[in-house]
Design a protein around this ligand. Sequence first.
Ligand code: SF4
Ligand code: SF4
Length: 167
Amino acid sequence: MSNSLIEKGYIEVEDVRNDSNYPSEERFKTGAVAIIECLQEIPCNPCKDACPYGAIVLEGLTIRPQLIEDKCIGCGLCIAKCPGQAIFVVDKSKEEGSVTFPYEYLPLPEKGMSVTAVNRAGEPVCEARVTKVVDSKKMNKTRLVTIAVPVELVDEVRFMKRVEAGE
Ligand code: SF4
Ligand code: SF4
């Protein structure tokens, strides 16, 4: 298990980048891809069944899932099925980057809304713009929100908060 998760309660960017599930630079160049930030060996596996493309391999209930990056199309279906909120889809292939994450609050943000992108510790990282909200019955109560952020901040950003009036 990563030291940062034990000591701080959240995963540091470097732990994610050094993990075997971090996609290759070649894969990032081709478009959106999942990042599985599931660093503990826990008895869990819905991500595997959620992926219709066979891009998540999980050989045993307490083995960590492994992404087959070339099979992943970045659809985000696995995000909504992960009880640990440990899966994100990022896109670093364009001039502007994007991060897609699970969102379980109401009201939902709206496409075009200006928000503050925050990191894994909930600290502000940068201004961002909501580019997509997926609210599907198939996903139960977990919606997917995508925000646009500078491409160099994609690995840092993992959630958003609303910009309060007067900020
Ligand atoms: S983003 Fe889509 S294709 Fe990629 S691992 Fe998740 S469900 Fe599979
Ligand atoms: S569903 Fe989420 S928490 Fe469970 S094994 Fe998959 S990535 Fe880890």
